[in-house]
Design a protein around this ligand. Structure first.
Ligand SMILES: Nc1ncnc2c1ncn2[C@@H]1O[C@H](COP(=O)(O)OP(=O)(O)OP(=O)(O)O)[C@@H](O)[C@H]1O
Ligand SMILES: [Mg+2]
Length: 511
C-alpha cells in the first residue's frame, strides 16, 4: 500500500517570469530514499527549496501535503517544525565556530536564558556518534575536511525532530571513502525509519542507493523509476534527463604532444598557520604542450594545495622548489605573476574563490582575461558579450542571458562559468581543479570536448579529480598524489583503476 509522507501537487514556480518548475507532482513514500536527478538548472534545488520553506508558499502555485496534512510553509522554521530538514548544495557551517556551536546555531540549549554548554556539548557528542564522526564537539569546523563537515551538517539536521531529510548533492565534493561513509549513513537513517530525498549527478550512486528515482527535465517530472522496475539503468535516467542517449562519456581526441611547457622540481609547501606541517612534499611534475595530465588522489591528498601554491603562492607558507616555464626558470610570487607567465587555475571552490556572485555572467567570464578584450584602455563590451554568449551556448549554461546575475544560477551552471572564465584566458597551462563537480552527464561531455580542444591548440592541461574514471578517460599521463607526495607516475595506456587506487592509498576503501 503506498503511504506517501510527502506529496506535491502541480507545483509551478517562476523567477522573473522565467519558469523553473512546471506542474511538478511528486510522491515520496514514508521511509524510502528518493533520488532526484536532472540536468543543471532542471529545478532540483528549487523544488527542495519549496519543500523546505526557503521559497514561501506565497511564491509558487500548487500545494504540498506532508504527513497527511496540507501545509503552506512561510519560512524555513515552519518546515522544520513540521519535521523537514534540508542540507543545501553549498554547505552553510560557520568555519570559526566549533562543531557543537554550529550544530546548535539557531536552536541553542539554554538554562535561565544562558547557553548551557555542558548540555550543548553532550548533545552534540551524541549526535556526532549517531553520524559516526569521531571528533570532539569543541573542534573548530575550519579544521575539518569536507567529508566531516558534511557529517556535521547531518548531525545539525538531526538535532531537530526531523522526519524528512533532504540532501542536495551531498557527495558532490566527496572522494571515495567519505562518499561511501555518507551513503552508508543515509542508508542507516532510512533503516531507522527516516525518509530521505537525495539529489545527485552520480548516477551509479543513485541506482545503488535510491528506492525511487524522479527525473526532472526543464522543471517538469520526466520519469519516475521504482525499485522493481524492469529497466533501472543509467541509460534510462540519462534519456529522461536529456531526451537522448549518450553513447560515450568521453569525446574522441587526436593526440599531438609537443614541447615541455611547465616543469616543477622539488616543490615543497608548508601549512599556512601550522608551519611544522609539510603539505606538499618535494613534488616533481611536468606538462607538455597538447598534453592532458591527471592528478589522481583522495580528497585532502594535497593536490589543491600544490596547484594553489604554484598559482602565485595562493596557498601555504615558505614554498620552495623550482618552476620552469618553457625551459626558463621563473618565480611566481603573486597571482599576477602566474597569469603573466601563462598559468590559469580554475578553482574547486567556486563560491569563495571562483566567482563574483553579484556580477553578471559576462563580467565573470571576462574577469581573468580583460587584456584580451581591452583596446586603448577600454573593455570592448560588444566582444565581451559575444565571448560570454559563445560559452553560454557551448557549455549549455542555463540562464536567460549573459546579463543574468551569476549568484542566481544553479550550482552546476555556476561551475560552468568558473571554467569558462579560465578557459578564455590566454594561458597556456591550465589547471582545472575538480572541473566537473556537480555538473550533469550531458554537460560533462561538452566540457571534456572543450578540454580536448584546448589541448589540440597546444595548451597543457592539468586535471585534478577525485573521480578515477574521469582521470582515466581524459588524461595522457597521470600522477598519483597521497599525503602531499607524488607517489607514482604512469602513462594512461599503462594505468588501471586498481593501479591508481593502490598508488593513491585508496586500495580497499573504494568499491
Ligand atoms: N534565486 C533565483 N533567482 C533567479 N533564478 C533562479 C534562482 N534560483 C534558481 N533560479 C533558476 O531556476 C532554474 C533552476 O535552478 P535550480 O537551482 O533548481 O537547478 P538544479 O536542478 O538544482 O541545478 P544544479 O544541478 O546545477 O544544481 C535555473 O534556471 C536557475 O537559474
Ligand atoms: Mg542544485
Amino acid at each position: 500500500m503506498p503511504d506517501p509522507i510527502l506529496r506535491t501537487r502541480g507545483v509551478t514556480k517562476a523567477f522573473h517570469g522565467i519558469p523553473a518548475l512546471a506542474d511538478v507532482s511528486l510522491a515520496v513514500e514514508r521511509g524510502e530514499i528518493h533520488a532526484i536527478c536532472g540536468e543543471n538548472g532542471a529545478g532540483k534545488s528549487t523544488l527542495m527549496n519549496v519543500l523546505s520553506g526557503v521559497h514561501p508558499a506565497s511564491s509558487y502555485e500548487g500545494s504540498l501535503e506532508f504527513d497527511g496534512r496540507t501545509v503552506a510553509f512561510r519560512s524555513v522554521p515552519d518546515s522544520e517544525r513540521a519535521g523537514i530538514a534540508i542540507i543545501h548544495q553549498e554547505l552553510s557551517l560557520v568555519p570559526h565556530l566549533s562543531i557543537a556551536e554550529n550544530i546548535h546555531l539557531g536552536s541553542e540549549i539554554t538554562r535561565m536564558g544562558v547557553i548551557d554548554w555542558e548540555r550543548t556539548n553532550q548533545h552534540a557528542a551524541e549526535l556526532l556518534e549517531r553520524v559516526g564522526l569521531s571528533e570532539s564537539p569543541a573542534t573548530k569546523v575550519r579544521d575539518l575536511g569536507i567529508g566531516q563537515q558534511q557529517l556535521v551538517e547531518i548531525a545539525k539536521a538531526l538535532a531537530k525532530p526531523v522526519r524528512l531529510l533532504i540532501l542536495d548533492e551531498p557527495t558532490a565534493a566527496l572522494g571515495g571513502a567519505d562518499s561511501d561513509r555518507l551513503i552508508a549513513l543515509v542508508r542507516h537513517l532510512r533503516d531507522q525509519g527516516m525518509t530521505c530525498i537525495v539529489i545527485s549527478h552520480k548516477l551509479r550512486e543513485v541506482l545503488d542507493l535510491a528506492d525511487t528515482i524522479t527525473v526532472l527535465r526543464d522543471g517538469r517530472t520526466a520519469d519516475t523509476i521504482r525499485r522493481d522496475d524492469a529497466d533501472r539503468s543509467e541509460g534510462r535516467i540519462i534519456r529522461a534527463m536529456v531526451g537522448r542517449d549518450i553513447a560515450s562519456l568521453f569525446p574522441p581526441r587526436e593526440r599531438d604532444i609537443g614541447e615541455e611547457l611547465l616543469r616543477v622540481e622539488g616543490w615543497t609547501v608548508r601549512h599556512p598557520s601550522d608551519h611544522d606541517r609539510v603539505v606538499v612534499d618535494h613534488a616533481d611534475i611536468s606538462v607538455r604542450a597538447g598534453e592532458i595530465v591527471g592528478l589522481a588522489g583522495l580528497v585532502g591528498a594535497g593536490r589543491t594545495e600544490l596547484a594553489l601554491s604554484l598559482f602565485g603562492r595562493s596557498y601555504g607558507s615558505s614554498a620552495s622548489g623550482r618552476v620552469f616555464k618553457n625551459g626558463v626558470e621563473v618565480r611566481l610570487r603573486t597571482i599576477d605573476d602566474a597569469i603573466r607567465h601563462g598559468l590559469a587555475y580554475a578553482t574547486e571552490d567556486r563560491r569563495r574563490l571562483g566567482l563574483n556572485l553579484i556580477g553578471d555572467i559576462q563580467k565573470n567570464v571576462s574577469a581573468a582575461a580583460l587584456e584580451r578584450l581591452t583596446r586603448v584602455g577600454l573593455v570592448d563590451e560588444l566582444r565581451e558579450h559575444k565571448v560570454a554568449d559563445a560559452y553560454r551556448y557551448k557549455m549549455n549554461i542555463k540562464a536567460p542571458s549573459v546579463r543574468a546575475v551569476t549568484g542566481s544560477l544553479s550550482g552546476g551552471n555556476q561551475q560552468k562559468i568558473v571554467l569558462a572564465k579560465w578557459l578564455f584566458t590566454s594561458a597556456d597551462v591550465i589547471i582545472l581543479d575538480e572541473p566537473t563537480r556537480g555538473i550533469d552527464v550531458g554537460a560533462r561531455y561538452e566540457i571534456y570536448g572543450i578540454i580536448n580542444e584546448l589541448a589540440a591548440q597546444g595548451k597543457g592541461i592539468v586535471v585534478i579529480s577525485s573521480d578515477l574514471p574521469e582521470i582515466l578517460g581524459l588524461s595522457d599521463r597521470i600522477y598519483a598524489v597521497a599525503g602531499g607526495r607524488i607517489t607514482g607516475e604512469t602513462l594512461r595506456r599503462d594505468a588501471t583503476q586498481e593501479l591508481l587506487m593502490s598508488l593513491i592509498g585508496a586500495a580497499g576503501s573504494v568499491g
